[in-house]
Design a protein around this ligand. Structure first.
Ligand SMILES: Nc1nc2c(c(=O)[nH]1)N[C@@H](CN(C=O)c1ccc(C(=O)N[C@@H](CCC(=O)O)C(=O)O)cc1)CN2
Length: 285
């Protein structure tokens, strides 16, 4: 069987054409959508992601405010900056690139961003809305995965979905998204027993564990849909996912590649959410 690769780059490009039009319509109304991006420290991967966010925003006509802090910044200093951005009426969305250095409490920072500027959808108020199936900013990676499944007309209702990983960025919100589409959802994690037995029952497997090429064909049933959220460097320094793509390709029906699958959608969804927050200004004015 030939695996169908889910092309996140292509879907992103198509979505971004529509987003650019929404930005120009906002700009015609005198609204300049603005995204504030805070980067703390020198994490090489984070620097790349932040740069890509800035480049994409610029391409779409979204203004960015780029704030870089030294890795030794105190929690109070970071919170002071967030307060300043919360009070800046020209800023629609605020994001703090994760992970943060050890001295900073990630949840305290996440909760300081006003829910209506929380472009990453990580604030507990917005997470709560997602879990109760209400509208609000949503975590960008799982939202991007839902867009990919929709684009490829892959049915979710009634499907057995297994999520590997329980992070706040991917695993937990992913479960809510899937529940909201009437899937039967199982979240598994490092303490799960008999993982293979569970994943082999799954119609859709979403892998976000941060272990290079961990999932091979023996974990999956024939014709499964596999979404690989991993982003790891293997021993040769090559970017690989959490799924062994060569092994699973012979068995599954759909697969997201790494790179070029979920990653590009995360950034596109961030842009979409910045625009959605800016569009709220029309009704509030
Ligand atoms: N505040 C946030 N921090 C983090 C998030 C997030 O959504 N909000 N997610 C991840 C990192 N991330 C975005 O921030 C991200 C990761 C990967 C990609 C991506 O496009 N990957 C490419 C490959 C890029 C490369 O060559 O290194 C791909 O998969 O094709 C985009 C965004 C953690 N932090």
């Amino acid at each position: 069987m030939n695996v169908n690769l889910i092309d996140g780059k292509k879907v992103s490009k198509e979505l971004q054409i529509k987003l650019k039009k929404r930005v120009s319509s906002l700009r015609q109304k005198g609204i300049l959508p603005k995204l504030a991006v805070i980067l703390v420290g020198n994490n090489a991967a984070s620097k790349v992601y932040v740069r890509n966010k800035q480049i994409t925003a610029e391409k779409l006509g979204i203004e960015t405010l780029n704030i870089n802090f030294d890795k030794n910044i105190s929690e109070n200093e970071l919170i002071k900056k967030i307060d300043e951005l919360n009070n800046d009426a020209t800023v629609d969305g605020i994001l703090v690139q994760l992970p943060l250095p050890k001295q900073i409490d990630e949840s305290k920072v996440t909760q300081r961003i006003l829910p209506n500027k929380d472009v990453d959808g990580f604030h507990p108020v917005n997470m709560g809305k997602l879990f109760t199936n209400e509208i609000g900013p949503q975590p960008c990676t799982p939202r991007g995965i839902m867009e990919l499944l929709k684009y490829y007309n892959l049915e979710i209702s009634g499907k057995n979905v297994v999520i590997i990983g329980r992070s706040n960025i991917v695993g937990r919100p992913m479960a809510a998204f899937m529940l909201n589409e009437d899937a039967t959802v199982t979240i598994t994690h490092s303490k799960t027993k008999n993982l293979k037995k569970i994943t082999r029952q799954a119609d859709i497997v979403i892998v976000a564990i941060g272990k290079a090429e961990f999932i091979d064909a023996t974990y999956l049933k024939d014709d499964a849909i596999v979404i690989d959220v991993g982003m790891n460097r293997n021993k040769a320094g090559k970017l690989v996912g959490d799924v062994n793509q060569t092994s699973v390709s012979k068995k599954v029906k759909y697969l997201t590649p790494v790179p070029g699958g979920v990653g590009p959608m995360t950034i596109t969804m961030l842009m979409q959410q910045t625009i959605e927050l800016a569009e709220k200004r029309i009704n509030n004015e």
